[in-house]
Design a protein around this ligand. Sequence first.
Ligand code: NAP
Length: 326
Amino acid sequence: MSDTFNAWSVGRYGPPETLAPVVRPLPVPGANEVLIRIHASAVSRADGMMRAGVPRFARLFLGLRRPRQDLVGTCLSGEVVAAGPDATRFAVGDQVFGEAGLNFGANASHICLNEDGVLMKKPEALSHEEAAVMCDGPLTSFNFLREVAQMRAGDAVLILGASGSLGTAAVQIASAAGAQVTGTCSERNAGLVASLGAGRVIDYTKEDFAQAGQRYDIVYDTIGVSSFKATERALTEKGRYVCPVLSIGLLLSMLRTSVLGGRKAKFSATGMLKPEKLRSMLAELLVMVDDRTLAPVMDRTYPLDHLIEAHQYVETGHKSGNVVVV
Ligand SMILES: NC(=O)c1ccc[n+]([C@@H]2O[C@H](COP(=O)([O-])OP(=O)(O)OC[C@H]3O[C@@H](n4cnc5c(N)ncnc54)[C@H](OP(=O)(O)O)[C@@H]3O)[C@@H](O)[C@H]2O)c1
């Protein structure tokens, strides 16, 4: 094994071109750590926002003047190639997937992770590319629909941005749970969204969902294109507007609706939940993979040394499902 590894660094907040390839000494796993040779890692919309340092208040967690951690990438899949003396959950040769979270460094050839973090055995049913994105769209949408919105069978669920990473996972999760799913996307993705389980597809370029007179128990705004205020009339009396994209408007709506009965606005930072909680949600998602009710939707795959191009594509805001580097 070489004594160095390849990774990507971001020394200051900025556009995709700010990313720079680096070579670093290969880390030796600590007592409870495993060293993973990465086969695939996700390039998500969230990765792009963290690289750019937006929204600005996110810099409170990421680093005020420049990124606190200079390596990039959060979600990965690969093989354990070395294990610390106290590691018991994983052994050399195990195929694993998970997330580095705010420690970053997943867009790389190798990474050391604590085995008690968000790390799971990769099932054979998932390729490394598919497993690499499980902690982005599938995990986030599971958290938002099942935990934050408390979705039940029979609920009418509207998914805004149904063709994105979070959206394609959300349509599958809601449909498998027995919800009546409506998704918004453009015409070119309508077939995809319907094939994932949406009973109704609204073309956001032609129709405003809020004007259609339909009521929903849950509006899951996966990309933050609407607001609690704009969706209020489309929510049932106890309806929930849940959105993973934090804004001042969403915060104010959450504050206002938390003290009143009736409709609610809600947010969660999935990556900030305890690793045990995230692992138990991933375990439920793996049951869905096994049952063939969930399969990550893949868009483009780039070589690791084309990370800048991958970020540029994700930044268009028009990917369908997920993008990875291998
Ligand atoms: N809070 C959390 O725990 C958490 C965790 C992970 C991610 N996030 C955040 O979640 C957000 C979602 O990311 P994502 O990766 O799912 O997005 P994405 O994959 O980049 O979304 C792209 C899709 O959105 C569609 N779209 C664009 N404008 C639309 C509109 N006005 N209405 C409906 N669909 C539209 C596009 O379709 P067309 O190409 O057809 O237009 C495209 O297929 C990001 O902001 C990320 O930071 C939050």
